[in-house]
Design a binder for this molecule. Sequence first.
Ligand code: T3D
Length: 258
Amino acid sequence: MADLRVEVEDAIATITLDRPDALNALTIGLKEDLRRAILDAGDDDAVRVIVLTGAGRAFCAGQDLRERLQPDVAPLAVEIRDRYNPLIRAIRDGPKPVIAAVNGVAAGAGASLAFACDVRLAADSASFVLAFARVGLIPDSGATWLLPRLVGASKAAELALMNEPLSAADAERFGLVARVAPAADLIAEAHRIAAGLAALAPRALALTKQALSASQRSTFEEALELEAELQGQAGDSDDHREGIAAFLEKRQPRFSGN
Ligand code: T3D
């Protein structure tokens, strides 16, 4: 994993894209390592929250455009189906909250990566630019589905078609990022939020992710029914019993994840 760092501490897996000289652009190897790191963190009982960030001045500049010029490169549709889509699914379908700590520019599929995360924090120096049309492509890696849901159809169309960069401040104004922090404080702020999530009941968070995700494709009636089913599972957990006990005993809960 030459271009990826994974550090696990205090139940937080911090995954850092580490190709700063190429603004953390995504090569085949980096996409595969990142997907594997997210799946591994999802399976690791020592991890409750994932923080995704980039080394250097960028979050991620999307597809490595130099790699695209290699003679044996896969056709685009194959690359999207075999590498980008599984990576985005690993984030979306995984059981643990994923926080994007967007430390700098997020371009092309790098922006899509951030859109796929559950929570986005941005450095005040960060920006988002769809960038696809400038290289003759359409937004991918879930961007056409995720972005309208995050910022609304009108703003999504503007960002996707016009390719203008969106500043961190404007991203916060449009609800695309939860919070903007000074660049020097971004990781500390991401870890502070991650620690808060890590103290909550892991299974309840996983089921919440599942319900929110399913709600994007369901009717209201189906959402009500799924809530009933998943709440049944949550209500049957040790963590629910611990939550009630802690409330009544006026102490902090200690969730086991069971
Ligand atoms: O292809 C498929 O498999 C399909 C999937 C497509 C998904 C996609 O992501 S398509 C979109 C690909 N990404 C882009 O088009 C973004 C390209 N980069 C930029 O537009 C700009 O670099 C940024 C707006 C992100 C930042 O601009 P700036 O001025 O701050 O930095 P820079 O000078 O352009 O870049 C710094 C270095 O990073 C530079 O290398 P050098 O000249 O110092 O050796 C530049 O070439 C390199 N770099 C930046 N982005 C990429 C990259 N190298 C390879 N691929 C990149 N995407």
